[in-house]
Design a protein around this ligand. Structure first.
Ligand code: TYM
Length: 345
């Protein structure tokens, strides 16, 4: 194998993560992912690459006009939340063909049995799995390619992506083993903070999701102050007062969810929040949470709406991001082709 092949310790510390432009952004996406992308950008230890994964979005049918709008709006969301498109590389997936090209190689590395175990496919395909797209089934191999085409070492995500990141590690390990190389890093998932799994406001056992039919179950990043306050006021809770320690939230999923949201928005630990609010009733805590949510989210949604109006500027940012992303991805794909034996790579 040639001199360019790196061993794990030699990989540049590099963060990659992505969000689907299917529908709008939720508070779950913001707290579980985007806010943490901004933190990882700002600590300065990493190169950071963030992506609107439009090729993933079409694993279920998307209206083309809406997809274009959602991609631009998501780009605006990244910037409004604090991603600096100069400091980080910000782009949409379909502009960098190396993702899809590496995904094909990984389709040939991943095993059917691995893919069949993916719970997200089972959830999304539902009872009618025979009618799901092949893309939906193969999706985790594309996700592995998204990450590994940049030799990313760290991937911040919410808890629901954990299994996909384990598969990414398995693909890297199997590729390295099958071709007797250490070309791909074994990526670290970064699933941290109080809000790795923000739950539905209507049902503490279900994840907050953009695909939930009930809009009252989630806070959208585009909701105005009144809507946010109303959704929090109506959020399901239990009749007990808040406990003073995290242990007291056990078996109280709705209460735990609201406290976790508060902690993540305030950048506090759950214990620190409960030291302040322990003993309070929800009638007192909910207005505090609404006020904090509006204070933190309103500037983002206002800026997001402003930026979304200038599609020309968004497209220029995405052009530049794709160009920079390709500079990193192209040599990795070329080397992969060489390793697997493609003539002329
Ligand atoms: P997606 O678009 O469903 O969600 C984007 C990010 O938001 C997180 N998230 C949540 N976190 C906490 N609580 C919630 N209720 C919640 N809902 C969503 C997700 O965990 C995710 O981090 N497959 C990915 C996109 C993807 C990707 C990648 C991610 C494609 N390629 C490569 C990382 C690296 C997805 O569908 O995320």
């Amino acid at each position: 194998m040639s001199e360019a092949v790196q061993t794990s310790s030699q990989f540049t510390p590099r963060v990659f993560s992505g969000i689907q432009p299917s529908g709008g952004l939720t508070l779950g996406n913001y707290l579980g992912a985007m806010k943490r992308f901004v933190d990882m950008q700002n600590v300065g230890n990493f190169e950071t690459i963030y992506c609107m994964v439009d090729l993933h979005a079409i694993t279920v049918w998307q209206d083309p006009e809406k997809l274009r709008h959602a991609t631009r709006e998501l780009c605006a969301g990244f910037i409004a939340a604090g991603i600096d498109p100069e400091q980080s590389i910000l782009f949409n997936q379909s502009r960098v063909p190396e993702h899809a090209q590496l995904a094909w190689i990984f389709n040939c590395v991943a095993r059917m049995g691995w893919m069949q175990r993916m719970t997200q496919f089972k959830d999304k395909a539902g009872k009618n799995a025979q009618n799901a797209s092949l893309g939906l089934f193969a999706y985790p191999a594309l996700m592995a390619a998204d990450i590994l085409v940049y030799h990313a070492t760290h991937v911040p995500v919410g808890d629901d992506q954990k299994q996909h990141l384990e598969l990414t590690r398995d693909i890297a390990i199997k590729f390295n083993h099958d071709y007797d190389t250490e070309f791909f890093p074994v990526t670290e998932p970064v699933i941290e903070g109080a809000a790795t799994r923000v739950m539905s406001l209507r049902d503490g056992s279900k994840k907050m999701s953009k695909s939930d039919p009930s809009d009252a179950s989630r806070i959208n990043m585009t909701d105005d102050a009144d809507t946010i306050a109303k959704k929090i006021r109506k959020a399901k809770t239990d009749p007990e007062a808040l406990p003073s320690e995290a242990k007291g939230l056990e078996g109280r999923p709705e209460a735990a969810n609201l406290v976790n949201i508060y902690a993540a928005l305030a950048d506090m630990s759950v214990d620190a929040v409960l030291r302040d609010v322990g003993g309070k009733q929800f009638s007192e805590f909910k207005p505090m949470l609404s006020e904090l949510a509006v204070e933190k989210l309103a500037p983002i949604s206002t800026e997001m709406a402003r930026l979304t109006q200038d599609a020309g500027e968004i497209d220029r940012i995405l052009d530049r991001g794709a160009e920079r992303a390709r500079e990193v991805a192209a040599p990795v794909l070329k080397k992969t082709y060489e390793i697997v034996g493609m003539v002329g790579a």
